[in-house]
Design a protein around this ligand. Sequence first.
Ligand code: SIN
Length: 312
Amino acid sequence: MSFTAKIWDTEFPGVIYNSSGPRCTTLEELSSLWDSTSSAIMMKSCSPEPREGNPLPRYSEVELGSINSIGLANHGYKKYIEYAAELKKQFPNKPIVVSIVGFSHEDFIMLVTAFQNEENVDVLEVNLSCPNVVGKPQIAYDFEWSDELIAKLFAIPGDKPIGFKLPPYFDPIHTEMMAEVLRKYPVSFITCINSVGNTLIIDPETEQPLIAPKWWLGGLGWDYVKPIALANVRSFYKLLGDKVTIIWCGGIKSWVDVFEHLLAGASMVQLGTVLGKEGTDCFERIEKEFYTYMDKKWYTDIKQVIWKLQEL
Ligand code: SIN
């Protein structure tokens, strides 16, 4: 059976790994990802300087999913360079993916330059979609700003694959506008979708919102967002074809979610909320269930499923 994946020359031993979300901020958490069957080690989005993030409570779970407003709490990019070196030394066979985030073109340029020169990092995911920074819009909703930024990032020397984590788009015109921007550059992959931003959940018992920051508004994940993630994956696959690897993130809790997203056009998937809830055992559980189902259907290669959605 062939269930491996590739982003440019970087080989992934499977198609499921963690998202830049829960349980990937500290070296201890990152090391435990190696101990799991995650196909890569994705690090928490890092900024030029360390960030405390937003005030607590900033994460909560309900039956249908999660709401978060972490506010990009991280140890700053220099620490993640150290972590990458440590991880590569201990665990040389797993790709290390860095997620970077900035607040100006200069921030992003500095970070991409730093990681393009960092031998222990394999792949760069540029986060253009965090909804949780007070006073800052989600970058990838501004197509002109994104276009200018992406042009600058691809002008930086380096041979590591670069991809972009996108917010959910709700209007096909916007998906087309972003696809038009992406087509102009050698983008290796896109990750669809970041959480659905600026939503409100109220606890009827306490009569209070669940999280404190940003006037109680946060990014929604899991069951709530799966159909939105599916629609974004499908739309981008239709617009970009197989020139850009599509990585699905948002709403996975079982093998069936993985299967549906591969049908829609994703080649790889990232686990977020389920990893936060279940811990690193979720990789093995979901993989096993998924491979069992593939076996049952007599599929021997992941390519037999990707974008094989039957038309109505
Ligand atoms: C956060 O740190 O607020 C979540 C990460 C993201 O949405 O990119």
